[in-house]
Design a protein around this ligand. Structure first.
Ligand code: NDP
Length: 396
């Protein structure tokens, strides 16, 4: 029986992973090792009971009593906190889903690699903040990282049997998010609710807003550069509102391999779960006769400054990805909290990067996760100060 752990089980990706496991036989077909979540302990306990998990872990110590209570009588132990997440990552598993949102997802996934496991990586922040460290750790321990982001899964699939040396370009498609048709001058006034109305994909709250601002695509551009080892200029972004083509690889003979399908994350999750085989998945099939047309438009860097910033991050590399992601997370918190406007998010990230590039060690290659954590801490502090300044100016 395959041993499986899911980090971020209560989130959008976690739930869809469990849905696929259920489809493939659930507790009869898989041995569930660890399930982890954050504040939604009631759901975590339900999942742990259903899959008869070895252990359920919440990231937050103050949620432990509620998790224990929800698991009462099940015989499933509960644990909490960062150390418990790492302990869960140490438990032998054949396949681990890394689907915690944000920089918090890095450490457990990194830890799991030392056991030579297969890490299905949804947490894009891991590669953005610590790509070279993560890949080196996987290589050192014979572990495998499989992409789960739909674009990277698409690219991975379009590369099967091909020679990386023959790759000319990688084209990431972007839906453009909820605000893609808004006039530029209205964008700055977009509310959280408006940014959350994603036309194609059903995802967690944070990534949905990041889709509207294109910070999500910016993270994916950096992720592509790190995971596939291509040069920054080989990574292109194109807006494709229908989200049917999930990404493409262009080869030196001019051929383009595109991955098409309905917008359903269970395809990419299922591919990683069954890899290298392809198994039947409960996803809708494309009907070309009703599809209509597939359209494309350029990804305008004036409209989406996050994409321009991603290019700057790739040029610096080192710890710039960690700073970029941390500043983005803080800016997003402040947007969700109502203190700043939609367009202010990019301004905060840019100001943070500018500040840190002046002798802040941005270009230093990280030697360990501690270096990444330290840059994350510094960038958060700077971004929070920028956001507080903006909030105060808006209030005044
Ligand atoms: P969600 O917000 O839906 O879920 C996040 C999960 O992480 C939940 O289980 C949540 O727990 C847990 N969590 C939140 N904060 C912490 C923390 N500080 N420490 C530990 N656990 C925490 O996110 P998504 O499922 O949408 O996304 C997960 C990752 O996958 C992200 O990196 C995202 O960019 C990536 N991804 C997502 C896609 C999607 O379609 N959703 C597509 C491609 C990539 P709780 O809810 O219990 O508080």
């Amino acid at each position: 029986m395959r041993r499986i752990s899911i980090f971020g089980a209560t989130g959008s990706i976690g739930e869809q992973t469990i849905d696929l496991m259920r489809h493939c036989g659930g507790a009869q077909a898989f041995h569930t090792v660890a399930l982890t979540g954050g504040r939604n302990v009631a759901r975590l306990a339900e999942q742990a009971r259903e899959l008869r998990a070895e252990i359920a872990v919440t990231a937050y110590e103050d949620c432990l009593p509620a998790l224990r209570a929800a698991l009462a009588g099940s015989g499933i132990p509960a644990a909490a906190g960062e150390a418990a997440l790492l302990e869960a990552a140490d438990r032998p598993a054949d396949w681990i889903m890394s689907a915690i949102v944000g920089a918090a997802g890095l450490a457990p996934g990194f830890r799991a690699l030392r056991h030579g496991t297969t890490l299905a990586l949804a947490n894009k922040e891991s590669l953005v903040t610590a790509g070279p460290l993560l890949l080196a750790e996987a290589a050192r321990h014979g572990a495998r990282i499989l992409p789960v982001d739909s674009e990277h899964s698409a690219i991975f699939q379009a590369l099967v049997g091909e020679d990386m040396a023959a790759v000319e370009r990688i084209v990431l498609t972007a839906s453009g998010g909820a605000l893609r048709d808004w006039p530029l001058e209205r964008l700055a006034r977009a509310t959280v609710a408006e940014a959350l109305a994603h036309p194609n994909w059903s995802m967690g709250q944070r990534i949905t807003i990041d889709s509207a601002s294109m910070f999500n695509k910016a993270l994916e551009v950096i992720e592509t550069r790190e995971y596939f080892g291509v040069a920054p200029e080989q990574v292109e972004v194109i807006v494709h509102p229908e989200s049917i083509i999930h990404s493409m690889v262009g080869y030196r003979d001019g051929a383009i391999m595109a991955h098409l399908g309905v917008a359903d994350m269970r395809h990419a999750i299922g591919y990683a779960l069954n890899w290298p085989a392809r198994s039947a998945l409960p996803v809708a099939r494309l009907d070309f006769t009703t599809l209509g047309s597939l359209t494309f438009r350029p990804a305008d860097e004036t409209r989406y400054p996050a994409l321009r910033l991603a290019r700057e991050v790739m040029a610096v590399r080192g710890l710039a990805g960690a700073a970029f992601n941390a500043a983005k997370e803080i800016a997003l918190d402040h947007f969700i909290g109502g203190g700043i406007g939609f367009a202010d998010m990019a301004g905060i990230v840019e100001e943070t990067l500018d500040f840190l590039s002046g002798g802040g060690g941005l270009g230093n290659a990280p030697l360990s996760l501690d270096d990444v954590r330290e840059m994350d801490r510094i960038a958060r502090a700077k971004a929070a100060a920028c956001a507080a300044g903006l909030t105060a100016r808006r209030a005044g």
